[in-house]
Design a protein around this ligand. Sequence first.
Ligand code: SAM
Length: 272
Amino acid sequence: MTDVLDGVRDHYRATGLTERLKAVLTGFGPEDQRLRPQQLGALDQFHTRGLAATAQLAKLVGITADMSVLDVGSGVGGPARYLAATYGCRVTGVDLSEPFVDAARYLTERTGQSGQVSFQSASALELPFDDGRFDAVLLLHVAMNIADRTRLYREIRRVLKAGGRFATFDVVLINGEPHYPVPWARTPATSFLLTAAATRKAIESTGFRTLAWQDDTEAAKAWAAQIGESGPPPSPNLGVVMGPDFAQFSANLGRNLMQGRLGTLTAVFDAA
Ligand SMILES: C[S@@+](CC[C@H](N)C(=O)[O-])C[C@H]1O[C@@H](n2cnc3c(N)ncnc32)[C@H](O)[C@@H]1O
């Protein structure tokens, strides 16, 4: 398992990321000028359909200001900052990639949200929190990197309060082998896709009850087609985070969606 985690860490190693972000963000104003979380949307929402998908998921979960929310695999922190800014809740993010955690903290200082949103490096398979600590847990485009789904969903169930909500937004397998590299993996060695039905079975078998279940593959295809036509949003975008290969990762994701190999799934559960 360590080999797999090292492989995933390597994919998201993002050497010198915070320094690169500092450099590109000079275009938004001086270092001491506060940024609005929405200004970062093209580079800090590392999933299909970007900010729109985060907003949709948060609404479906029913986030409120009094909640303590955990974002598992928080990337560079876009979803966490969005939730805190929109709903006033406290958010904790954990991620395997130390450069991502470092970058997430830097961007959160730039948006002035460090009192409300925090990040730490940890594995989703060993969450550094007591049982029953959170009201809601979010998982956006992370499960594809995790082989041991039972352990993942059990850990999430453990840190949730009884009756707490778990929301997942994932890429799922539909038919055939995906083209690689994709945004989450250069090769199948660190990609562990499941079908939507197998995902549901794995989640329900760890003590969750399904509240909402949406196949949003058509919306993902429309998003991919639009990016295919217009190209990536003007810089700074996720290419800053993942480097020059990101254009190819992104094009392959679009190809996989259009050819019916991959789809996307949004689902919300409560901890029974
Ligand atoms: C495609 S990115 C999504 C980031 C973020 N959820 C978002 O939507 O903006 C996948 C993230 O999952 C993290 N990740 C993958 N496997 C992980 C694990 N076992 N534990 C914690 N984080 C993990 C990666 O480091 C990466 O930041």
